[in-house]
Ligand binder design. Sequence first.
Ligand code: WTA
Length: 647
Amino acid sequence: MGDRNIDALLSEQRRYPPPPEFADANAGPGFYEQDPDAFWEREGRERVDWFTPFSTLREWTPPYAKWYLGGKLNACYNCVDRHVEAGAGDKVAFHWEGEPVGDRLAVTYADLQRRVVRFANTLKKIGVGRGTNVAIYLGMVPDLPVAMLACARLGAPHTVVFGGFSADSLASRINDMGCQVLITQDASWRRGRPLPLKPVADEAMTNAPGVRRCLVVRRTEVDTPMTAGRDLWYHEASAHVDDDAANCPCEPMDAEDPLFLMYTSGTTAKPKGIVHTTGGYLVGVATTHHYVFDIKQSTVYWCAADIGWITGHSYIVYGPLCNGVTSVLYEGTPDFPDKDRWWDIVERYGVTVLYTAPTAIRTHMKWGPEFARRHDLSSIRLLGSVGEPINPEAWVWYRTHIGGGRAPVVDTWWQTETGMILISPLPGVSTLKPGSAGRPFIGVTPSVVDDHGYPVTPGEGGFLVLREPWPAMLRGIHGDPSRYLATYWSRFPGDYLVGDGARVDDDGDYWLLGRIDDVMNVSGHRISTVEVESALVDDPTVAEAAVCARPDELTGQAIVAYVTLKGGRDGSRQAVATLRQHVAEKIGRLAMPANIVFTPELPKTRSGKIMRRLLRDIAEEGTLGDTTTLADPSVVEEIRTRAAAAA
Ligand code: WTA
């Protein structure tokens, strides 16, 4: 079950009760005793502002949920305008830190409102309105949250595509969603060098003819090709555009109107467009953000993720801004110009809450604590982790070297599909256990079941499933209802299949054990084995490919590809480089295999199915499972030898 060693986790005995500073935390004793429906009813009424109040809390017709029915609201209004109207216009919404040292900008809520209104009016000029789908392919520049909020203001659903994805990946998302407008930038800064984005967008648009207009944000000085009639520089198009909010009202959206799609990898080659709607999503992310991170007026919050992923949508943009928080937004890499860049940022802005991924923590661990020691990190009050299971060593290192040996670490479990955190400790309530994600949030009803769907006994590993709906739950897969049913609801009818293994201990705390399907998790990025396989076989030299993950100290998992070349040829070092590059071009650099093993044959059962389990075992260098159904058992030894050579 998953990659994690259950025995090692079972023996984890360290315990950290809530520190006294959290005595007045937003979630205190008795928090879990509340009635879930009453809780979500109250949060729905108080956490966000409605143009028309909702009349029904929820409607659950499995596998579809609706929340806050009858309510009308606007996400942008809640994240921006209402704070300005309430007199918080001068509060900093985000401290933006560019990668080039000294390139900084403090954006107040009033500034944010002007920027969003200007962006929305510019979008209007090019025909964007309620229901126009917009793709956003930007790095971590201030215009990224601004563009998202401008879309939300107009009722135009957006999809943000992570800047590391290839032209093919961008085009397939644009086409699947039917986007008419693409927002991108000339280039983004990456380790001191401009990394062109617009040329990638251009290539994508040649395969995405539905894009009428492309708005290009200027970030660097690089020469940028522009296509007349289609492409517009944002600074030119917006130059004489009104930025007065009074003349650009927020579109009243139904609670169940889509807010955005976020594409994520599944177990087939085609990414799924996960649908999130407005009301439940906003209430869900703002509420969990408030309680899990114990948000106060004075909080300086930094989620060091990329907005191109769900973590950035929920916990950089919508949750924190809805809560009127001051955040940090950082454009670049953690080691530019030096490995203490993050700690310099924490010290300068006085960050009180830091939220990041285990892979980043392990990277800092590898660099050593001396980089953190160069800075005063005493402002840090709370630490968060997300994206993959966190190993207890990394957890303890994080608390010790970044959290000054006092800050609680909340290990938050959730997914693109869940929209919001579902399992997490609460800093004022939970006794923390390194490696455990703690308890389900209010109203969340997970269960761990065996192959037949029966609950396992405490301590045993099984499949994690979810029963009752939660506000930010996905509303389906865009354009593919049957895939929605097949992926999540067919294995154990009536239960949502998460795709992760888990176990629950005697206290009711959850320990996540990694994916149980063909989805890999590399540096917290979800990548499908099938997606990488199809990118590989797309290369004309490749006959067959099978992909699996092996454990990796830094990235959590690393991709191993077994490849059979056409004509039984042997692969050269050059072939390795070419194939890795091919995968980067088809999907993105994040999907490049760490190892490629060339083999004259892949191990198959007599009925011709590739034995992935076996390949995974070889990749993990673990014990081999049953090989008796193998058509040609000698293949295994051959692959083993070659794998050892390729490692
Ligand atoms: C994994 C990211 C263990 C898990 C928010 C899940 C985690 C997948 C944790 C979702 C955690 C995320 N502990 N595993 N705290 N958080 N995961 O859609 O396998 O990019 O199914 O959403 O990441 O990844 P996604």
